[in-house]
Design a protein around this ligand. Sequence first.
Ligand code: NAG
Ligand code: NAG
Ligand code: NAG
Ligand code: NAG
Ligand code: NAG
Ligand code: NAG
Ligand code: NAG
Length: 646
Amino acid sequence: MAHLTVLMYLAALITLIEPATDKLYPDICPLGQFPCGNLSVCLPQPRHCNGMQDCPNGADEENCVDNSGWPHLFDAFLKTNIQESKECLLDIFPDVCHCKGMKVNCNSKELLDVPAVSSNVTALELNSNRIKSLQADLFIRYQNLERLHLQNNSIKTISKRAFSGLYKLKRLFLSQNLITRLKVGVFRDLQNLEWLILEDNKIATIRQKSFEGLKSLFFLSLLNNSLKHIPKKSFCLEMPRLNWLELEGNTISSLQGSSFQECTALTVLALRRNQIQTVEEGTFSAMQRLIDLDLSVNRIQELPPSLFRNLQNLKQLNISNNPMTHIFDDQFDSFVNLQSLGMEDIEIPNISIRMFRSLSNLTHIYFKKFEYCGYSPNVRSCKPNTDGISSFENLLANIILRVFVWVVAFVICFGNVFVICLRSCIVSENRHHTMAIQSLCCADSLMGVYLFFIGAFDIKYCGEYNRHAQIWMESLECQLIGTLAMLSTEVSVMLLTYMTLEKYLCIVFPFHNYRAGRKQTLFSLIFIWFLGFMIAVIPFWDKKTFGNYYGRNGVCFPLHSDVMEKPGARSYSTGIFLGTIILWVVIFILPINSALNPILYTITTSSFQEHIKLCLQMKWQRAALKETPRNISTIYTQEALPSTNP
Ligand SMILES: *[C@@H]1O[C@H](CO)[C@@H](O)[C@H](O)[C@H]1NC(C)=O
Ligand SMILES: *[C@@H]1O[C@H](CO)[C@@H](O)[C@H](O)[C@H]1NC(C)=O
Ligand SMILES: *[C@@H]1O[C@H](CO)[C@@H](O)[C@H](O)[C@H]1NC(C)=O
Ligand SMILES: *[C@@H]1O[C@H](CO)[C@@H](O)[C@H](O)[C@H]1NC(C)=O
Ligand SMILES: *[C@@H]1O[C@H](CO)[C@@H](O)[C@H](O)[C@H]1NC(C)=O
Ligand SMILES: *[C@@H]1O[C@H](CO)[C@@H](O)[C@H](O)[C@H]1NC(C)=O
Ligand SMILES: *[C@@H]1O[C@H](CO)[C@@H](O)[C@H](O)[C@H]1NC(C)=O
């Protein structure tokens, strides 16, 4: 039954694991500690961002949230734009609207058209109305207008001259409308426009000339539109000051080298949730000021090796959720200022320390697999920090398990060796049965050996497991002990099934003269061992189908069905698991049946019931005799009794 213990132990292994803390590998601080900024004070990892200032200089509460990229920039931008409210200074504005200073608010007033207001208005809010189109010269009187809000209307068509005369306009909000196209030259007069928000529309194509005149444009958002491509010729030629370009949630399929040639001022470029498959060499070569680049959730398989060459100022790069097949060794070499690198869900088969060597300022990195963290040893925060079994420090993250692995290994080995010796010393009347038991003990001992090895490697890698995780999981040792564990589990379960079935047959057909002979038993045992061995080594058969079957976690045993694992390997694991479950059912259900049968067959027969009745009666009568004083009739009865009780 040793393997049952082990299965329970392994289940406990999964459930008991506590999330391990982040890890840092500084030069000055010991493992598991981080330095307090430039002070030579080290603190344990859990003190990092715990809401209390532990470092004298407060460095432990800095850098808690990874906001290296645009959130930081955005905050800085918003802070400069605080506005104060005053009395209404306008003569004309609709009664339903509100006026403050020279600003008019007509939000949610079910307006069908743009209402007339005083010409010196500076801000006009018309959100959530029912405006369907913007005709020519609609705003031409409002030459002082600085802000125009037209969000959440039903605007479909915009006349080419709709915004003519708005020379002072700084912000234009057109989100949540039904705009399908931007006519060439529609923004021609908006020379001072800084923000242009076109989110949640249906714009499918844009031309270079669409943005003609936007000389001061700083922020352009085309989020959640239907753009298929961006103009081949420089997108930024008309917008030389474009700083922030939001293209998330479109259907762009490729990026051409020439598209962003003039985008020298760009600091944030978001291309998240597109369908980008190819990125040409040189696409980002002009963006020397770029700070945040988001290419996540696309279909990129490979990035040209020198794609990022000029991006020395980049602080945040996100290439998560792409079906990348390969990362070049020198791909990230130019990122001397990079602080955050997102590579979630990316398999990096050829990962090496070389890849991340130049990233001296990196503080946050996000991987698909826990073991990759060992290749970026100088990062303050690397995620994920556990795979459910191991932590950065230890192969077995939980201290209880680390001790328990030895105890269980000893108990298993000692117990089984003891039984083997005992069985071979005492000559039993059923030698075939003894053979099966000894076989079972051998199989279970293998599990003990496996646990010994796990314990030993846990000690070997103590304190710095993550550095060795990848190598360990791919090592021959890991494969071998994984095979051992699998062999042990499978053979144990099959042997138990075999023995149970044999007993069952004896009980069900007691008079059938079936008894396994020496040859038959030997053959069955050899067959079971062979089958177990085959099941254990099949994963080595084909690397493509199974991947690194045993080396998927630190304990070298495919414990849980990993969603990311290869379909072949997953079906195999599931198959083995189901097979084992069925055998367990056999082992438990059949004996229950066998145990119940004798009872059922005896209790339910009428002769047995009669017998019981008689017995009870007799007892009762005897009790009665003891209490009543003896007289003739009782003596007579007592004398007569022996004849009724054979
Ligand atoms: C640590 O850095 C702070 C500024 O962040 C500086 O004022 C201080 O002098 C530095 N201390 C040392 C010991 O370098
Ligand atoms: C705005 O224009 C109106 C005339 O339309 C004028 O009476 C008012 O003084 C102007 N307000 C400001 C602040 O210039
Ligand atoms: C958009 O406007 C409609 C009314 O026209 C309103 O019910 C809805 O809440 C608005 N949506 C948003 C996101 O403001
Ligand atoms: C953009 O679209 C996504 C998915 O459809 C949605 O979750 C998100 O809220 C949208 N963003 C905005 C600002 O409307
Ligand atoms: C990177 O992108 C993914 C997917 O868009 C997102 O879930 C993740 O939070 C991003 N990482 C960072 C550090 O912003
Ligand atoms: C990964 O490295 C191995 C040698 O370590 C090499 O044979 C293989 O071609 C590399 N794969 C790629 C995709 O570069
Ligand atoms: C990045 O690292 C360099 C040294 O490699 C250092 O001079 C520079 O100040 C760092 N930049 C930031 C933003 O920490």
